[in-house]
Write a protein that binds this ligand. Structure first.
Ligand code: XMP
Length: 504
């Protein structure tokens, strides 16, 4: 395998993993207090100790299983991780009198960890405790103005500690430094899309055997890639595209066009009337989500029953969902994700989650290898409850039709202007207000449509896109001209936080 990253509660732990994977080293996160048996079970070539908010001297400070330190595995300690190494091997850690935060310049960089990097080296610091004395026989391998011991190495350079954060983009050479660590530790760099695909195909074939798999192909990149993976693996599968009527214009046809030629056994399940009736009179957003989820469950159950029973349900659960649902170690971010847990138990399926170890961009790379057309692969994310959470208040057939038309005009204009790919998510929201306007010489009451376009890297935070005024003007004109029910178009200029990306 590659690298085990032990998580001591740093906000950057996932970034460490991203960087290592980008460098082609397979890596997984385990809690900082994972047992040696759990670590060993991953067969790592090396271990990284993350940063964290604790002080190593504090009585409740999290520490790794001591057997890790006598295992002989190469270890890189980052920030708190470096302090752990120092205290474990007989050095000393002093509580900092003030916090060093932000950019620092490193000098006196030496040894193979810094190979190929030139001084002064800009790095990102975020710590208050410092290593006051390295362990006996260890070497100080970098210094900063504030911090004479900014990096340390054991005599054989198999144990290394850095006080700064190589994983963040504010440490421009951080990736090279991590690459140096991988070379020093002899970690294979074989985590390529081709290898991931080969592994997944073998895993799916072995797990599924001659059984059958049901997969909900929603039109999103994860579920479409999953359907393609099952088809490529040659296992018996049924990809159900549930048309709940809350989809964007042309979505059903797009998915059919993309998946059918690639050998996916796709079935469109017509359920528009059913979802609409489940949503009748519902205005509360969470109640909408609950009813949509519930109806999905019923539809899946019926599909499986109609087939005389299907053993597996495949889901596109991704690695961040798994980490978040487990509640990151020491971090207060426990969020129960809809993809993890709950659903299958009630359905009576066995769960198949081939992407549990993958990040979204890794799935996108797989999608490319598997031949998923660009219009699906590079599409903006779309929420499971679809347009239902983009109509404030009750969902009706008329409102869906109006919103779908307005949304298609906006998205088309973004593509036309070459802006679509620069944006994380763009869509229209329908406000069921009737704003006054004039049309001809008549007073006219029409819906308000809000345009939303945001940039983001993960959906957790977002900024609104500074779309040119001329462009917005053109979109507003097109929408009010072609969709007469709309009386007014507004642009949402709120970032997240304080707003969310979706309006409901
Ligand atoms: P918010 O609105 O919370 O959205 O800023 C963050 C990201 O999550 C998507 N989103 C959802 N996805 N089911 C989903 O599958 C949902 O109920 C849901 N609500 C929001 C949203 O589109 C954005 O990408």
């Amino acid at each position: 395998m590659g690298v085990v990253v032990l998580d001591f509660g740093s906000q950057y732990t996932q970034l460490i993993l991203r960087r290592l994977r980008e460098l082609g080293a397979f890596s997984v996160i385990l809690p900082g207090n994972a047992s040696w048996e759990d670590i060993r079970a991953k067969e790592p070539h090396a271990v990284v100790l993350s940063g964290g908010p604790a002080s190593v001297g504090a009585p409740a400070a999290p520490r790794p299983d001591p057997r890790l330190f006598s295992s002989g595995l190469p270890i890189l300690g980052i920030c708190y991780g470096m302090q752990l190494l120092a205290s474990e091997f007989g050095g000393s850690v002093r509580e900092g009198t003030r916090r060093e935060y932000g950019r620092a310049m490193l000098t006196r960089c030496q040894g193979p960890l810094f190979q190929g990097l030139s001084e002064p080296l800009a790095v990102w610091m975020s710590h208050s405790d410092v290593v006051a004395q390295p362990p006996p026989g260890w070497q100080v391998i970098a210094t900063s103005e504030e911090n004479p011991i900014a990096a340390i190495a054991s005599p054989d350079h198999r144990l290394l500690g850095v006080q700064f954060h190589p994983e963040v983009s504010h440490t421009p050479s951080g990736k090279q430094l991590l690459a140096n660590f991988l070379s020093l530790a002899g970690v294979p760099r074989d985590w390529t899309p081709e290898n991931i695909l080969t592994r997944l195909l073998a895993w799916v074939r072995e797990r599924v055997g001659a059984e059958r798999v049901l997969v909900g192909a929603s039109g999103g990149v994860d579920s479409c890639t999953l359907a393609l993976l099952l088809a490529r693996a040659g296992v018996r599968h049924l990809a159900a595209f549930v048309d709940h009527g809350l989809l964007r214009a042309g979505e059903r046809e797009e998915v059919q066009r993309a998946l059918l030629p690639l050998g996916v056994n796709l079935r469109v399940v017509e359920a528009r009337a059913r979802f609409l009736s489940a949503l009748q009179g519902v205005v509360d957003p969470e109640e909408k989500r609950r009813r949509i989820g519930h109806t999905f469950v019923e539809v899946f159950q019926e599909v499986a029953q109609g087939e005389g029973g299907i053993r597996f349900l495949a889901q596109g659960t991704l690695y961040p969902d798994v980490i978040e649902s487990a509640g990151g170690h020491g971090a207060a971010k426990i969020k129960s994700h809809h993809n993890v847990g709950g659903l299958p138990a009630r359905l009576g399926f066995e769960l198949l989650e081939p992407f549990r170890d993958l990040f979204k961009d890794e799935v996108r790379q797989l999608a490319q290898l598997l031949g998923l057309p660009e219009e699906i692969r590079l599409r903006h994310p779309f929420p499971g409850p679809g347009l239902a959470v983009r109509i404030l208040g009750e969902v009706t057939e008329e409102r869906l039709r109006v919103l779908r038309q307005a949304d298609a005009i906006f998205i088309h204009a973004l593509r036309e202007a070459g802006l679509y790919q620069e944006i994380w998510q763009a869509f229209c929201v329908l406000l069921p207000l009737k704003a006054v306007g004039v049309m001809g010489d008549q007073r006219h009451y029409g819906y308000v449509v809000a345009l939303r376009a945001v940039t983001s890297s993960d959906g957790m935070t977002a900024d609104w896109v500074r779309l040119p005024g001329e462009f917005l003007d053109e979109v507003a004109r097109r929408i009010t001209r072609r969709v007469p029910e709309v009386g007014r178009v507004v642009y949402d200029v709120t970032s997240k936080p304080p707003a969310t990306i979706e309006w409901e």
